[in-house]
Design a protein around this ligand. Sequence first.
Ligand SMILES: Cc1ncc(COP(=O)(O)O)c(C=O)c1O
Length: 404
Amino acid sequence: MIHTGRHFLQIPGPTNVPDRVLQAMSRPVMDHRGPEFAEMAREVLEGLRPIFQTSGPVMVFPASGTGAWEAAIVNTLSPGDRVLLFETGHFSQLWRQVAEKFGVQVDYVPGNWRRGAAAADAVARLRADTNHAYKAVLVVHNETSTGVASRIAEIRRAMNQAHHPALLLVDVISSLASMEYRHDEWEVDVTIGGSQKGLMVPPGLSFNAVSEKALAANRTAKLPRSYWDWQQMLEPNRSGFFPYTPATTLLYGLREALRMLKEEGLPNVFRRHDRHAEATRAAVRAWDLELLCEEPREYSSSLTAVLMPQGHDADRLRNIILENFDMSLGSGLSKLAGKVFRIGHLGSFNDLMLAGTLSGIEMGLRLAGVPHHVGGVTAALDSLAAAAPAGSPAPAIRSSAGAP
Ligand SMILES: Cc1ncc(COP(=O)(O)O)c(C=O)c1O
């Protein structure tokens, strides 16, 4: 089938890259040891701090998110160290594998992939650990495979209640610059982020925001590291340089994206994501389909995972939507393969893009013969109308009969 118009990229990352960011990257590569580069890098390194809500350093690696997971582990832990990692879904599983490959002993706290990390489990396990064997607690903030967000502030409270000195390591790869997240206030020690989702930059950059406590742990951590070594990165970063050739072009893009986020204002960015997520859930409910996330306090604002009715394959639906409407939706990962589809509503996104996305799904449900009620799109539009975008005046909705 020949497609016209723009492809709809509605997977939960990589996300649509705004024209401003694309244009910022479309320029000659500069000397990464020259003054112009240092000026740009300093703006980027400073500009990242408010995104993580930290006053501490944020390091940028030329790598996808997996690299930043590895960086967090090798910089803070030693071979044989024990850590607590919460099973939230596919990505907690992958992070566990990275840790285990480095000889870290992972106590994997079981979860059902429909709820976030349970603070009560954390309290119980940390209280029982009177010898402080656990060196770190690892949590994926927004589990991209399930659309469930763990409540990090509660995990931190649980750690404090247990008076446990373990480090807190949090993956915000699919919540950064989309959902409320406070590195300093929640006393997170290492926050792991990526460029390709809420930050609206192509894949290829990832981040470690680090606390003083993490830096102290780094001085005694014995896992082997070279490319990921924080000390090697922090020193040149102070003057705007990198210990190796940085991803210059992606950094141009990141600088522009940070400027855009600053112009919009982070609280407005979060409200925008909340509002689109709420409208998406209104559509899912109106279709009479089931949300994978069971706990309303843990709904993700950057993506929604939708369960298929028994006997209907999510990948078949996704393929029909791709072929007919040129829209990509996220697949079910690992044990959710074929059972869920995921709608990404994060990054550079607006009301009409959401309306188009949901229309494509509603038309796809019909074409695929998936049992559902019509009216999901209308329910989403009603939800959007009821919650005006941040900064706009209250909507003046008139019925067509009363229109002048
Ligand atoms: C929550 C989360 N963690 C980690 C990763 C891995 O990141 P990457 O694929 O960029 O290596 C992803 C990727 O989507 C993710 O969503």
